[in-house]
Design a protein around this ligand. Structure first.
Ligand code: GLC
Ligand code: CA
Length: 551
């Protein structure tokens, strides 16, 4: 079946547990989603990406799947999912699911069987190794988990270690086993047959491990061994097998590629034979950190711009970018790259900074409301496994207070608090006590208030997404950056068929002088601004963004 031309599409990401509670038990669910589909459509997006909604013990909130063909009872039933799917389709929204296949939950029946019987049909579904020198305690290699600590766990039942690149409760599947790949193709078919439109494929570039699982050169406590499991030797071949299934249905595939480079991306996303349509890469999420938010440094606009431009130019005419600033794995972007003091201004400016690049924008629930980081009083209040592992890892090197500060800044939970729908009880998320803390700022920041304010972040997202669709230049135009060394100004051009659009973004909390780049004259037509009225000529107000057209 023919794939849709996805280039004009934008996606809304739902992390269901915190989206909207429809049945009054304090947990977001598919009943809540059903009721909010019109809202989602009103943003002007074309598709929904659901973070995992499958049964899961929630060691990693859904990314530890215990049944690939069902819905978590907290979220509803298959029947309810079909209703959501039908209604979404009738509103013109496509639906893509998270395909989490690098690992399963340790509570998945495959893993349980694999533990029990090495010689049974599931014996080789996971990556099992004997301890080195046959001694328990001697790990098979020095790889570390992405969530810190060793990537190996001993299973008494088998007397062997299993590999887990993420949490202990997320054993890695052995993708070299053809039977495992067959299972995956069948899982894809199960959902595609139901009418699902595609997949976001979790850490997909990790699924092929190097032969012999060699130890890495130790350099950081969190990334040991990565060269031996990222972009592995059989990745392309395995992705081709999955691609064949997707294309039978015309399904869209978006792969997640932590630490992915442009060069690697081109291997997967270019040309008609591509094995993925887009890649979720992490470069631009490191403008205030090294590799992961745990290793913080002050925000650098130049680092951000370098990452943006590297991918815009790197994929130009060859691939298509997935554009995002937030998802369930990163703290809220206003709190990182913008300013909580200038929340509205920086929230809207950041939207302009990324939505008008070439690619498909992804918007994470609450981002369109300008939600900000939560700062909880104690580590006990945090639920994310990665945050707890980090806190434990640092126990000998920093004080409780310093560690908590680091959690405030880096925790994935910052973006996982319940959606703030209203200023009423529980932020309108639920009638019952919500499963996780609502950010105290919900009285000021919520969808109702954002709807009422013509200058709000929400209203700006709507205008910006509509503008992106109206202007072919913004969809297909070439990308060029100006003043790349400027520390406070981000300016880029999109050009197409004789038209030019300039996007001008101030990352300054103070008035910022600016001028047009060489080759530009006159005023340009103002298509969008995040402030009412005119500023003094040649000055951008704090976090001002302008979109100007020359035709
Ligand atoms: C991806 C997910 C993240 C999860 C990890 C392991 O990075 O986005 O939430 O923890 O994979 O599945
Ligand atoms: Ca519920």
């Amino acid at each position: 079946m023919e794939q849709p031309d996805f280039r004009s599409m934008s996606f809304y990401q739902i992390w269901i547990r915190s989206f909207c509670d429809g049945n009054g038990d304090g947990i977001g669910d598919l009943y809540g989603v059903y009721d909010k589909l019109e809202y989602i459509r009103s943003l002007g997006v074309d598709a929904i990406w659901f973070s995992p909604i499958y049964p899961s013990p929630n060691a990693d909130y859904g990314y530890d799947v215990s049944d690939y063909r069902n819905i978590h009872p907290d979220y509803g039933t298959l029947e309810q999912f079909r209703k959501v799917l039908d209604k979404a389709h009738s509103l013109g929204l496509k639906v893509i699911l998270d395909l989490v296949i690098n690992h399963t939950s340790d509570e998945h029946p495959w893993f349980q069987a694999s533990c029990r019987d090495p010689h049974g049909p599931y014996g080789d579904y996971y990556i099992w190794r004997h301890p080195r020198k046959g001694k328990k305690g001697k790990l098979p290699n020095n790889w570390s988990s992405q969530f810190t600590g060793p990537a190996w766990e001993y299973a008494e039942g088998r007397g062997q270690y299993y590999l887990h690149l993420f949490a202990k409760k997320q054993p890695d599947l052995n993708m070299d086993n053809p039977q495992v790949r067959r299972e995956i193709r069948e899982i894809m078919r199960f959902w595609l047959d139901m009418g699902v439109d595609g997949f976001r494929e979790d850490v997909i570039t990790f699924i092929s491990k190097h032969e012999g699982l060699p130890s890495g050169v130790p350099f950081l406590p969190v990334l040991n061994g990565m060269p031996f499991y990222k972009d592995g030797p059989n990745l392309l071949r395995y992705l081709r097998e999955f691609r064949a299934v997707a294309l039978e249905y015309g399904a869209i595939q978006i792969g997640e590629a932590p630490m992915g480079t442009v060069k690697e991306a081109l291997r997967y996303v270019s040309g008609p034979d591509r094995v993925l349509d887009m890649l979720i890469q992490f470069d631009h999420m490191q403008a205030d950190c090294f590799f992961t938010e745990f290793l913080h440094h002050p925000f650098s606009l130049r680092k951000l711009k370098r990452a943006f431009t590297r991918w815009q130019l790197g994929l130009a005419d060859r691939g298509w970018n997935a554009l995002y600033l937030e998802n369930h794995d990163h703290p809220r972007v206003i709190s990182r790259y913008g300013s909580e003091r200038f929340r509205r201004e920086s929230g809207t400016m950041l939207a302009a900074a990324y939505l008008f690049q070439q690619g498909c924008p992804f918007i994470y629930q609450g981002q369109e409301l300008g939600m900000t980081n939560v700062r909880l009083p104690s580590i006990e209040d945090y639920l994310d496994v990665a945050s707890h592992n980090l806190y434990r890892l640092l126990r000998h090197v920093s004080s409780d207070k310093a560690r908590l500060k680091r959690i405030h800044r880096s925790s994935r939970d910052s973006a996982r608090t319940p959606m703030q729908w209203t200023a009423g009880p529980n932020a309108g998320f639920s009638e019952a006590e919500p499963w996780f803390r609502v950010n105290d700022n919900y009285r000021e920041i919520n969808a109702e208030a954002e709807e009422a304010d013509p200058q709000s972040v929400l209203r700006f997202y709507r205008r910006a997404l509509a503008l992106r669709k109206e202007e072919e230049t913004l969809l297909y135009g070439s990308y060029r950056e100006f003043f790349p060394r400027h520390r406070k100004l981000y300016m880029y051009e999109r050009a197409w068929k004789g038209k030019r659009i300039l996007v001008v973004c101030s990352f300054s909390a103070k008035p910022l002088p600016w001028s047009l780049p060489a080759g530009y004259a006159g005023e340009g037509e103002l298509l969008l601004d995040n402030y009412p009225g005119e500023a003094a000529p040649g000055i951008l107000r704090p976090y001002e963004a302008k979109v100007l057209r020359w035709s």
